[in-house]
Design a binder for this molecule. Sequence first.
Ligand SMILES: Nc1ncnc2c1ncn2[C@@H]1O[C@H](COP(=O)(O)OP(=O)(O)OP(=O)(O)O)[C@@H](O)[C@H]1O
Ligand code: SF4
Ligand SMILES: [Mg+2]
Length: 361
Amino acid sequence: MNTSEPMLSMDNVSVEFTEDGGLLGISGESETVRAVNDVSLDLGEQETLTLIGESGCGKSTLGKTAIGAQKPTSGTVSYRGQDIWEARNGAGHVSIPFDEIRHSLQIIHQDPGSALNPNQRILTSLMLPLKQWYPDLSREEREERIHTLFERVGMSPPGDYLNRYPHQLSGGETQRAVLVRALLLNPDLILADEAISALDVSLRVEMMDLMLELQDLFQTSYLFISHDMSNARYIAEKSGGRIAVMYLGEIVEVGTVEAITENPQHPYTKALQWATANLYEDEGEEEFPLRKIDVPDPTNRPSGCHFHPRCPNAREVCQRQHPEQIHVGEETNYARCFRADENHEYWNSPEIPAESSEDAR
Ligand SMILES: Nc1ncnc2c1ncn2[C@@H]1O[C@H](COP(=O)(O)OP(=O)(O)OP(=O)(O)O)[C@@H](O)[C@H]1O
Ligand code: SF4
Ligand SMILES: [Mg+2]
């Protein structure tokens, strides 16, 4: 293993979806959604990176691209220095076979139930991936691994749960079973896509704690997707991880939990924090920090900084110039906002009156 390489690396990754417009494509027009736009992110060993943003901003698409389940339209995704799609296509010199990469990058879906076949007992659903990836293990050995992990996640005695069908488990039990399913393969990375969103608040904390305990045991990294800043903050704080904020397909800010919560650079990060009432309980933030609530059409993104029609700090230059990644503080932290650069022409650019911001597209 080359220790200088990040475990996972995404470089200038974009993902576009093109769909025929209108019912059955009768209109003949097609629309392109740039679900992910020019994202570069690295993930280290046993690191937790939390991805937050509004519905439809591209979190799941980026997550799937990270684990090789979605092909990027442009850019590269590498696992330990091996380009995932070159490995899949057998192009050039392949140092890590695609099967090994897929095995090492696991997912807990937004809909956890989809990982378990509704017509099979839990045990059967969990035995299958073990049989596929560890054909040399005997049936008894496979069962023993599953039982040990069920004990570990508090589902004891395991036999009681493993003989049930998925509909006979509660939401929290289903999540634990799905987490076990991912961990059985001893992956380097688990993409947890809204893995706890459907649970009651008290169970969410329990589940996040469990995931972090098991992270130490299995030395796994997490790409944890959430639309909820308080969950993102909780898991990032406890794991010492980073938070990445996504808006219309772009990472607009990424940083340590301290940087994101105590000194956010991007106005959208501030708006997300404002929306998470408990973060501001003591601070009494008074003004709604967006010009408008509606998210722009992802097939027709605003010019310049895509956030400008909603940004309370937008100035004239924001309508025509697209902000690059500007490093702030630690090397891994950056924001896509001109305000993070004290020398940018933004500071001399005229402000946009609130009422004209909607025309500025
Ligand atoms: N297979 C697909 N075909 C066409 N468009 C897609 C496809 N998958 C996602 N999209 C579009 O890409 C954009 C990003 O979707 P994505 O599911 O990644 O968002 P998300 O941030 O995960 O949203 P949510 O929080 O609701 O899960 C959306 O506009 C969505 O409609
Ligand atoms: S670049 Fe301009 S519009 Fe974009 S977030 Fe920064 S201040 Fe707002
Ligand atoms: Mg999603």
